[in-house]
Design a protein around this ligand. Structure first.
Ligand SMILES: N[C@@H](CCC(=O)N[C@@H](CS)C(=O)NCC(=O)O)C(=O)O
Length: 213
C-alpha cells in the first residue's frame, strides 16, 4: 500500500492526489497539519529533509518533489489506470517541458501573489505589491495559452493538467479573499474554457482540498 503524505491546500500535494486517483492506485492519505508542525517533526524530516509536502512512500521507496513522484508512479505502474504522460516521445517531451515551466516560472509567480495576500494579515496588505505580483503572474499564465486551447480541443488529461489546475484553483481561492483582484475577468478565453471543463469533472471535485469545501 502506498502512503501519501498530504497537506490540504498545497497545489503540489493536490497534483499527486489527482495522479493517484487517475491511475486508480491503492493508497492511504495521511493528512499533515501545518499548524501542528507536522512538516518539521523529526520523523517527517527523515522522509523529506526540506520539510515540505507531499511525500510518497511506496514499500522501500520514499520520494519527495511532486513532479518526480508523478514520474515515479508512471514508471512503476505503467499499466495501471490511465497514463500520466503521453506515450509518444515528442508529446511526452512537450508535457515534461510544460511541467518544468509550471514549476520553475509559474509557481514562483503564484507564490509571490500568495505571500502578498493569504500569507500576509489583511491589514498589512500592500496593494502595489499585490498588483505587481498579479501582473507578473498574468504575463506568465498567458504563455500557456496555446496549450490551454490545445488541451481543451483534444480533451487531454495528463500530468500537465494535474500540475496546472491546482495553481489556477489557488489563484481563484485568493480572489475569494480579495474580490477586486480581477483574475476571473483577466483570464483568457482559452484558460477559462480549459478550467471550466476540468472543474466540472468529478476527479477534480472529489480531490478539492478538504478545508476549502
Ligand atoms: N517543489 C516541491 C514544492 C513543495 C512545497 O513547496 N510544498 C509546500 C506546500 S505548497 C510546503 O510543504 N511548505 C511547507 C514549508 O515550506 O514549511 C514539490 O513539488 O513537491
Amino acid at each position: 500500500m502506498i502512503d501519501f503524505y498530504y497537506l490540504s491546500g498545497s497545489p503540489f500535494a493536490w497534483r499527486v492526489w489527482l495522479a493517484l486517483e487517475h491511475k486508480g492506485l491503492q493508497y492511504q492519505r495521511i493528512n499533515l497539519s501545518f499548524q501542528n508542525g507536522d512538516l518539521k517533526k523529526k520523523s517527517y524530516l527523515m522522509m523529506n529533509p526540506r520539510g515540505k509536502a507531499p511525500v510518497l512512500v511506496d514499500g522501500e521507496v520514499t520520494i519527495y518533489e511532486s513532479a518526480v513522484i508523478l514520474e515515479y508512479l508512471e514508471d512503476k505502474y505503467p499499466n495501471m489506470g490511465a497514463n500520466l504522460l503521453p506515450r509518444d516521445v515528442n508529446t511526452r517531451a512537450l508535457s515534461r517541458r510544460l511541467i518544468n515551466e509550471i514549476d520553475v516560472y509559474l509557481d514562483s509567480a503564484s507564490r509571490r501573489l500568495l505571500m502578498a495576500t493569504l500569507f500576509t494579515p489583511k491589514e498589512q496588505w500592500d496593494e502595489e505589491k499585490i498588483s505587481r505580483a498579479f501582473e507578473a503572474l498574468d504575463v506568465e499564465l498567458k504563455r500557456f495559452d496555446e496549450y490551454f486551447s490545445l488541451g481543451f480541443e483534444l480533451k487531454i488529461l495528463s500530468a500537465v493538467e494535474f500540475s496546472m489546475f491546482p495553481i489556477i484553483a489557488l489563484i481563484l481561492r485568493i480572489e475569494e479573499q480579495k474580490p477586486d483582484l480581477g483574475f476571473s475577468k483577466s483570464m483568457s478565453p482559452a484558460l477559462g474554457a480549459w478550467f471550466t471543463r476540468l472543474e466540472t469533472m468529478s476527479l477534480f471535485q472529489t480531490t478539492r482540498p478538504p478545508h476549502w469545501r
